[in-house]
Ligand binder design. Structure first.
Ligand code: BT5
Length: 261
């Protein structure tokens, strides 16, 4: 299960992307690929460099939560210097690229739970953490971190509180992480180029159509506020619109969703 070999050269040789994956730095194990990418980004490393690891000892989720990355997984972070106008689309681009690439490699149906989880049959298989450094109107950098559970079993996910799965659990067999990585970087490259050359509308629509959240009864925790109701739609800026039982429409910019049905 764990002999699925990876190296910077192997990943690089399989890529025909224009921006994302210009240079690959592969490590067998790191603290957090986002942490390394942020250090590199601060030194003006060229756009599109990707830090990949097969294991993280201090993988991070949002709000200081942890992301479990045992050996056999994929953790990667991409360094970008986008225009401020497309920052809001990065989460859509990343979750869509992850969902599309997983489906293309495995044939499995994937859905997105707002804002950043990729699910297979309702279980989380991929998480995304975007960290940006923005000063007034200038983006110093954006680091897009993606974690995908690939060749790990249920026992390795037993520490996770929420419903989780991996590609090998869902396909009952070992997968090539190289294929998953190259397909993911190809999709990201395609979507990033389309974002830079268009208004982002296509990426928004494709992301919206894959959201499992819409039309469902939800409970959304945003800081100290909890919204309950029907997730009616998402705005092009990524906010979730939740209709409460009092008929009021609440706009949630960031939060955690629990699907109630
Ligand atoms: C996320 O946070 O889902 C973002 C995860 C981002 C991980 C990538 S890996 C590459 C890069 N480097 C990093 O250090 N991070 C990024 P959030 O929505 O806050 O979800 C975190 C929650 O997911 C945890 O509290 C657990 O309940 C659950 N979780 C942790 N590890 C998991 C795993 N391997 N699979 C499924 N769920 C997990």
């Amino acid at each position: 299960m764990k002999e699925d070999f990876l190296s910077s050269a192997l990943i690089q040789n399989d890529l025909d992307t224009r921006i994302i994956g210009r240079k690959i730095h592969y490590f067998q194990s790191v603290t957090s690929t986002n942490e390394l990418a942020k250090q590199e980004a601060g030194q003006q490393t060229p756009e599109g460099i990707v830090i990949v690891a097969g294991q993280q000892t201090q993988g991070r989720g949002r709000l200081k939560r942890s992301w479990l990355t045992p050996e056999g997984n994929i953790a990667l972070s991409v360094i970008l210097y986008p225009d401020i106008s497309i920052v809001k689309y990065l989460i859509m681009m990343a979750s869509l690229a992850a969902a599309l690439s997983i489906t293309s490699v495995t044939g499995l149906e994937t859905r997105i739970k707002w804002p950043n989880d990729v699910l297979i049959k309702g279980r989380k298989v991929c998480g995304i953490l975007i960290e940006t450094d923005i000063r007034t109107d200038k983006v110093n950098y954006a680091v897009i971190g993606i974690g995908i559970n690939v060749n790990i079993g249920t026992e390795e996910l037993s520490g996770v509180q929420t419903a989780a799965t991996s590609l090998s659990i869902e396909t009952s067999g070992e997968l090539s992480r190289l294929k998953v990585i190259t397909e993911l970087l190809r999709e990201m490259d395609r979507l990033y180029i389309s974002l830079s050359s268009s208004s982002g509308g296509e990426v928004y629509e494709e992301w919206r159509d894959r959201l499992v959240t819409l039309g469902s009864e939800v409970r959304v925790t945003a800081g100290n506020t909890v919204y309950e109701g029907i997730a009616e739609s998402v705005d092009p800026d990524g906010s979730l619109l939740v209709r409460g039982s009092d008929g009021k429409l609440n706009r949630v910019v960031a939060g955690d969703v629990t699907l109630r049905r």
